[in-house]
Design a protein around this ligand. Structure first.
Ligand code: FMN
Length: 239
C-alpha cells in the first residue's frame, strides 16, 4: 500500500476553516457497499438536494434530473433489476459501455476490485464468488434509497459532464450529513428495467444510479479505502 502524503511548509498551507472541513469531507468519503435499511428522513434528503442545486453547469443549463425511489417502488425495482442481472438478460444502455480498460486505467480498475474482494474474503480467481458480490449492485447493496441520474440527450457530452459535477456535489453533501452513498454505473446497463420503474423521458439518457442511506460500519465491504495516484501523475505545473 502506497500512501501519498504531501507535506507543505505551514506558511504555504491555506488552512481556512472551510478548507479544513472540505478536506475532512474528501478524506473520509468512501463508496458504501453495505447499507442499513433505515430510511433517511425526507426533510434531510430535500435539504441536501436543495443545497446541491447550486452546482455549476455550462451556461447554467442544470441538465441533471433525478428519479428518487424509496419504499415499495424501490423494492419492486430491486427485485426486477436483480433478476434481470442474475439471469443474464441482454444489456440496454443509453450511454455505450466502455469496451475495454487498458494500461493504467485497467490497473486501477483491477486494484479497486481486488481490494473489495479481499475485504469480503473472496480469493483471487474465485469467479463465482466475485460474480455474486458484483450482483449486489443490483440490490443496491441494501440501500433504502436509490436515485436514477439522467441528463437530456440534446446536451450530449456537456450534459453528462455537468451531471458528473452535480454527482460530486451530491456525494460530498451526503458525507457532510453523515449519509453513505455509492454511485453505480452498473445499473445503467439495464436502462430498460429502470424505465419500467421510473418515468424517465425518452429524450433523457440514464447515466448512473446513486444508492444512499446509512452505512453499515461493521460490514467488511465498507472496511477498506481505495488508493489514489500521486499528484504529479495528474497535474502539470507550467511556470
Ligand atoms: C460514475 C461512477 C460510477 C460508479 N459505478 C460503480 C458501480 O457500478 N459499482 C460500484 O460498486 N462502485 C461504483 N462506483 C464507485 C467507484 O468504484 C469508487 O468511487 C472508486 O473505486 C473510488 O473509491 P471510493 O469512492 O471509495 O473513494 C462508481 C463511481 C462513479 C463515480
Amino acid at each position: 500500500v502506497r500512501l501519498n502524503v504531501f507535506i507543505l511548509p505551514r506558511s504555504a498551507m491555506s488552512e481556512t476553516p472551510l478548507f479544513s472541513a472540505f478536506r475532512a469531507l474528501t478524506g473520509t468519503r468512501q463508496s458504501c457497499r453495505a447499507f442499513l435499511n433505515t430510511p433517511v428522513p425526507r426533510a434531510t434528503i430535500v435539504e441536501m438536494l436543495t443545497a446541491i442545486q447550486r452546482a455549476p453547469s455550462d451556461c447554467n443549463t442544470q441538465p441533471w434530473r433525478l428519479f428518487l425511489l424509496s419504499g415499495a417502488p424501490l423494492e419492486a425495482l430491486r427485485q426486477d433489476l436483480y433478476e434481470a442481472a442474475r439471469s443474464g438478460q441482454d444489456r440496454v444502455s443509453d450511454i455505450p459501455p466502455i469496451q475495454s480498460y487498458t494500461g493504467v486505467y485497467q490497473d486501477r480498475r483491477r486494484a479497486c476490485g481486488w481490494v473489495l474482494y479481499e475485504a469480503v474474503g473472496i480469493a483471487k480467481g474465485d469467479c463465482r464468488a466475485s460474480s455474486l458480490q458484483a450482483l449486489e449492485n443490483f440490490r443496491f447493496f441494501g440501500a433504502p434509497h436509490v436515485a436514477i441520474v439522467t441528463s437530456p440527450q440534446v446536451l450530449g457530452e456537456r450534459g453528462i459532464f455537468d451531471t458528473g459535477i452535480y454527482l460530486g456535489h451530491l456525494l460530498l453533501a451526503a458525507q457532510s450529513l453523515g449519509l453513505a452513498c455509492v454511485a453505480q454505473g452498473a445499473i445503467a446497463h439495464h436502462a430498460d428495467v429502470l424505465r419500467r420503474h421510473a418515468p424517465v423521458p425518452e429524450d433523457h439518457q440514464i447515466i448512473c444510479g446513486l444508492s444512499f442511506g446509512y452505512g453499515d460500519k461493521t460490514h467488511a465491504a465498507n472496511s477498506f479505502r481505495t488508493e489514489r495516484a500521486a499528484l504529479d501523475e495528474m497535474v502539470t505545473f507550467l511556470d
